[in-house]
Design a protein around this ligand. Structure first.
Ligand code: 26V
Length: 803
């Protein structure tokens, strides 16, 4: 938008007076933040309503991205950037004596997600608005986001994250668009005079779903899409309701949108979680249908106008919910309704970890959602009949939705969708060949790959302004809307001045992070050291342990020979563990204990430091990623569906140290073997070991003296404070089979790390690698990813210029 500095300052002062009866000199950062937020909203208001009107007038097909999680991060600067007024506002505020950074920090980071899946959803809605795809987010307005992590004596402690405590400037409560969601009760079908079967409900319990809409502002265009998050409330009561039972019932209802479940690794069949899933699915689908009716198009053409995307299986109940509406409210016959439903739905799989797959007990679903359960049974029955005529019985048994007293949500999503995608080439291949092979045989054309992406606006333009300026000065700013243009940077691969600039920028970012660590943790780190970064959820398959065992091996090397030639390193970890995931929490304690041992050891000087940041999330990622030299992507091959921090780190000039897993494979294909460090078992080898049961971790302990010494340190008192944890971890690796091949990959990892040490000593060579990584990161923009979804899956129009 066009905005002069003068007008901005006037607007700002006026808004500050209107909202707070306050003038600039006396106002505090919180007042300034809310003033600015309101101003941004008012600037985007007209385009928001125009966008909606435009979609409706042209009856354009709409995409609804259903996701339990949207891990947005702070929105102030992102919205200013997308409106094209970041610089004007920053300098206008400066003239008023206000620092934008101070103001931006007032915003509480809305952590409405666990990790990759939720952050992907946030990048996608940003990219859909930017690419002018009519696409909106649909989710839950959790009162509490993912827990706040504290370390107490090295242990993770979880605290509530009350992100709404000061209000949320971005949202609009739309009471008039509330819908009712039904739970429990009895249901039976009766034939009505027109011949339809009509469901009758008795004793059901109703929840009011109230939408809160936030604008999703496209980058420098006129598109403003919507993120709709639902809040559970008590429906209006009649006067006879008893006061105390009212309060009790209200608490029960409001608990539905109270808190995000923090387990991304282990499925637990919690009733409240099932309520959450149906709650936002039913509210979302109902509101879509309500909106669709305004278009005056017949319901059997729904799929021409609406696409619903199921982000992982959490919203898989979209399938029976849409069926319910089409059958019970629109009186469509089953075949037509099913045809419409399958054409509307598409599904993304985000994990092959079997323990994360959702399986709900049938009695839980039938009690909580009686009508939905009937419909699921009928979908399952018809599936078995139809496919039973074509395929062997075993295949049908393995692929049915209801089996062994459970409803398998992935099967429901697959059978009910016209498209099923994985999130990186390797992941999709594993789905087709292994995990979902039966389904692939039956529905080969439904399967497709959509490699994940990231929003370069947040992860480069906002997080790394020095780098953005440098890139602009070298190749202009076209890359900002066409990220593959970053490849033009390669023209500078042998330009020493550019490579030195790049080093200088990295240095500035490292100093900035070091200052934060000093201030926040009281820990001094040396910006000349290699900053080696592993930031992601704590999970055994991601192998933070492998990283730690290597650190211990360096530690012992230095203890034996303080003069050993090790390039100084700062190892940076950021990770939350699911509160019930004991093993992951033990690893946190171990890393913290090793950190306090090494960081305090005078023999080590400045050669090794470990920084384990507390409460890793989007805001911390924005500080750490620009300061990273090395990106640790060391999951056991086949286990990480894609990874997205790998993309963010390469975009900021870190060199990737990786196994051939997830999107690392595609990163390698882009940058070439010279610009990435690959090590470790390959996916086929992992499957071969599984197949032959031929991996025996203990022999690595027995036969490798370096490894043995490192592992013994877990149990011999070398590391203070980890008795129980050290023993459990030692046992899991040495005695209980080492499920994720940590010991097997140890040597290869150590060699790869030695290679990093060597490469880093040649600054120009290193910076050239960094440059190539930045230049090749453009394809991993989520702009391209959503455009592929738009064309291949959703069949919606996008803005041609960006293709
Ligand atoms: C799963 C569950 C299961 C139990 C209940 C709570 C809960 C919450 C979240 C999840 C999601 C786990 C799957 C996930 O986050 N996958 C990650 O998705 C990223 C985006 O596609 C991908 O880059 C990561 O490799 C993948 O681990």
């Amino acid at each position: 938008m066009e905005l002069s500095k003068r007008r901005f300052k006037e607007d700002f002062k006026r808004m500050l007076t209107e909202l707070y009866s306050m003038d600039v000199p006396r106002s505090d950062p919180a007042e300034q933040y809310f003033t600015l937020g309101n101003l941004v909203r008012s600037y985007s208001a007209r385009n928001w309503s125009r966008t909606n009107q435009h979609y409706l007038d042209r009856k354009q097909k709409q995409v609804y991205y259903f996701s339990m999680e949207f891990l947005l991060g702070r929105m102030l600067k992102s919205n200013l950037l997308n409106l094209g007024i970041l610089d004007t506002v920053r300098s206008g505020l400066k003239e008023l004596g206000i620092d934008l950074e101070t103001v931006a920090k007032v915003e509480l980071d809305p952590g409405l997600g666990n990790g990759g899946l939720g952050r992907l959803a946030a990048c996608f809605i940003d990219s859909m608005a930017t690419c002018e795809i009519p696409g909106h987010g649909n989710g839950i307005r959790f009162k509490y986001g993912l827990f706040k992590q504290k370390f107490v004596n090295g242990y993770q402690v979880e605290l509530p994250e009350n992100w709404l405590q000061n209000g949320n400037v971005w949202e609009i409560r739309r009471t008039n668009m509330a819908v009712t969601v039904n739970f429990y009760g009895k249901v039976w079908l009766e034939k009505c005079p027109e011949g339809y079967l009509i469901p009758h409900y008795e004793n059901d319990s109703k929840v009011l779903a109230v939408p809160y809409d936030s604008p999703v502002i496209g980058y420098r265009n006129e598109t403003v899409n919507t993120l709709r998050l639902w809040s559970a409330e008590m429906p209006p009561q009649d006067e006879s309701t008893d006061y105390w039972s009212y309060i009790q019932q209200r608490n029960r209802i409001e608990s539905i949108s109270e808190v995000l479940y923090p387990d991304d690794s282990n499925f637990e069949g919690r009733l409240l979680r099932l309520k959450q899933e149906y709650f936002f699915v039913s509210a979302g689908v109902q509101s879509i249908i309500r909106h669709f009716r305004k278009m005056n198009v017949r319901m059997n053409r729904l799929a021409e106008k609406v696409s619903i995307h199921i982000n992982d299986t959490h919203p898989a109940l979209c399938v029976p919910e849409l069926m319910r509406i089409l059958l019970d409210e629109e009186h469509m016959d089953w075949e037509h309704a099913w045809n419409v439903t399958v054409n509307v739905m598409s599904y993304t799989n985000h994990t092959i970890m079997s323990e994360a797959l959702e399986k709900w007990p049938t009695d839980m679903i039938s009690t909580l959602l009686p009508r939905i359960y009937q419909i699921i049974c009928e979908i399952d029955r018809r599936y078995a009949v139809k496919m039973g005529a074509l395929y062997e019985r075993e295949i049908i048994e393995r692929t049915r939705i209801i089996e062994g007293g459970h409803v398998k949500m992935a099967h429901l999503a697959i059978i009910g969708s016209h498209s099923i995608n994985g999130v990186a080439k390797l992941h999709t291949a594993i789905l087709k060949e292994k995990v979902l092979h039966d389904f692939f045989l039956m529905y080969p054309s439904r399967f497709n790959n959509k490699t994940n992406g990231i929003a370069q606006r947040r992860w480069l333009m906002l997080a790394n302004e020095p780098l953005r300026r440098m890139i602009d000065s070298k190749i202009g700013s076209d890359w900002e809307s066409m990220p593959t243009e970053l490849k033009m940077l390669k023209a500078f691969r042998n330009d020493e001045a550019t490579l030195r600039d790049l080093a200088e920028i990295k240095r500035i970012n490292k100093e900035r992070f070091a200052a934060y660590v000093q201030q926040d943790m009281g820990l001094t780190i040396n910006p000349d050291a290699i900053f080696d970064v592993q930031i992601k959820r704590l999970h055994a398959y991601k192998r933070q342990l492998l990283n730690l065992l290597h650190i211990l091996s360096l530690y012992f090397k230095l203890k034996d020979n303080p003069a050993a030639d090790i390039y100084p390193r700062v190892f940076i970890f950021g990770a939350k563990a699911a509160p019930s995931y004991t093993y992951a929490k033990e690893i946190i304690k171990l890393v913290n204990s090793v950190a306090s041992l090494i960081n305090k050891d005078p023999d080590i000087h400045d050669k090794l430091k470990i920084v384990f940041v507390e409460n890793y999330g989007v805001s911390l990622a924005e500080r750490i990623i620009p300061a990273a030299d090395v990106s640790e992507q060391i999951s056991l091959a086949s286990k990480e569906a894609s990874g997205t921090s790998n993309m963010k780190l390469m975009l900021n000039g870190a060199v990737t140290l990786a196994t051939l897993d997830g999107a690392n494979v595609e990163i390698r294909d882009r940058v070439g073997d010279e610009n990435i460090i690959i090590f470790g078992l390959k996916e086929e080898e992992v499957y071969e070991y599984y197949h032959n049961r031929s991996y025996h971790s203990k022999s690595y302990y027995d036969n490798n003296p370096v490894l043995r010494r490192v592992l013994d340190a877990l149990i011999d008192g070398t590391i203070p404070g980890i008795e129980a944890e050290g023993k459990d971890i030692f046992n899991s690796l040495v005695l209980y089979g080492d499920e994720y091949f940590v010991l097997k990959d140890f040597d290869a990892y150590v060699l790869a790390q030695e290679n990093i040490d060597r490469l880093y000593r040649d600054p120009l060579k290193w910076q050239r690698m960094a440059l190539i990584n930045i230049a090749d990161a453009g394809v991993f923009s989520s702009d391209y990813t959503v455009l592929q979804y738009a064309t291949d899956i959703w069949d919606v129009a996008a803005k041609a210029r960006r293709v």
